[in-house]
Design a binder for this molecule. Structure first.
Ligand SMILES: Nc1ncnc2c1ncn2[C@@H]1O[C@H](COP(=O)(O)OP(=O)(O)O)[C@@H](O)[C@H]1O
Ligand SMILES: [Mg+2]
Length: 330
């Protein structure tokens, strides 16, 4: 549940107290080899539970995990899910705060004001939040957006200064991670090439996410259809057709996990009958949507008019279209 704080500090996207009821789904939604989840959870527990003791050892640990890979491969979702499962594992020892940082919240270039705000967030805000509960997970999503601004900084800016500013932020994250050894920092990046080498080399774990292979795509499709079948039990028979699911998975080579999930939605929108009653979804709809890569096309014959499509909507269901506008204007 979101804590009812009057206003979140700048750059903080959300604060959650975990474990919480509806947070279970993220971890389960992402289909990756079991070893990936086990390694992530192991790393999280090690930092959260034993970070302070381990900090006594020479150079270990930083409490910093990097999830790297192409967009849509489940990094953000799994990072959130990780906070929840770690919180479940630790629940008897106390609650966990999940702090989500939004690097996009710092506008303009990396220099001056923007950089000072980031440093304030790292050096004041995060330690203050971490003091509230026994366990804290800080999620810095798309951490490369700090770094990417190097290349987009204006030509007037001395590139050396931009580099220095970016490095300062990376090192700031690294420093706060070191100062708070029991706080777990999970960062994600869609673009690992943009990330500072020094930063990466200090991470306790860099987990690389790949695009799903065909077997994984089939499992994502199966899981998506199973979710639909909870709402529309008429779809249950589709789940038995593993051959056809595999055949559709073969049409989705090179897609990311998000695109595969969206395919099922696109399939539901292929025919109006199905959009009205999703229980009518067929493998032909899925194939058709896969063939179009989930996109929408109106090619060939002219599209029917709205009256032709919906001839039988009774007059009394029609709203006066001027209504809302009058109110909004005043
Ligand atoms: N391996 C996967 N298994 C199942 N669903 C996935 C997978 N990867 C991505 N998805 C779907 O795509 C959505 C977006 O994933 P997200 O975590 O935002 O990816 P990223 O942060 O890597 O861009 C997820 O909510 C999930 O529905
Ligand atoms: Mg993401």
């Amino acid at each position: 549940m979101a804590a009812s704080v009057p206003a979140l500090p700048p750059g903080v996207l959300s604060l959650h107290v975990l474990p919480a009821e509806h947070h279970d789904r993220d971890w389960d939604a992402i289909i990756v080899p079991a070893a990936v989840k086990e390694r992530l959870l192991g790393q999280a527990l090690l930092t959260l539970k034993h970070g302070r003791k381990l900090a006594q050892l020479a150079g270990l640990p930083h409490g910093l995990v990097v999830l790297a890979g192409p967009p849509g491969t489940g990094k953000t979702t799994l990072a959130r899910g990780l906070a929840q499962v770690a919180a479940l594992a630790l629940a008897r020892d106390g609650a966990t705060t999940l702090v989500e940082i939004n690097p996009h919240a710092f506008p303009s270039d990396m220099l001056g004001e923007s950089q000072r705000n980031i440093m304030r967030l790292l050096q004041d805000t995060i330690p203050e939040i971490a003091a509230r509960r026994p366990f804290t997970v800080v999620l810095i999503d798309e951490v490369e957006s700090f770094a990417v601004r190097r290349s987009t900084a204006s030509f007037d800016t001395n590139p050396v200064d931009v580099h220095r500013a970016t490095d300062a932020v990376m090192l700031g994250i690294d420093e706060v991670a070191r100062k708070l050894p029991a706080v777990l920092f999970v960062t994600t990046t869609n673009f690992i090439e943009a990330i500072d080498e020094a930063f990466l080399s200090r991470a306790d774990l860099v987990m690389h996410f790949a695009l799903p292979d065909q077997a994984t795509i089939a499992r994502i499709l199966d899981a998506s259809l199973a979710e639909l079948a909870v709402q529309w039990p008429g779809l249950r028979p589709l789940l038995k057709s593993t051959g056809e699911i595999a055949e559709i998975a073969a049409l989705c080579g090179g897609w990311n996990g998000r695109q595969v999930r969206k395919l099922v939605l696109a399939a539901l929108a292929q025919r109006l009958e199905v959009a009205r009653n999703p229980a009518l979804l067929s493998f032909d709809d899925l194939r058709e949507a896969a063939r179009k890569r989930g996109g929408v096309e109106w090619a060939g014959a002219a599209a029917p008019s709205s009256k032709e499509l919906f001839p039988d909507v009774p007059r009394e269901l029609m709203h006066d279209h001027d209504h809302g506008h009058d109110h909004e204007r005043s």
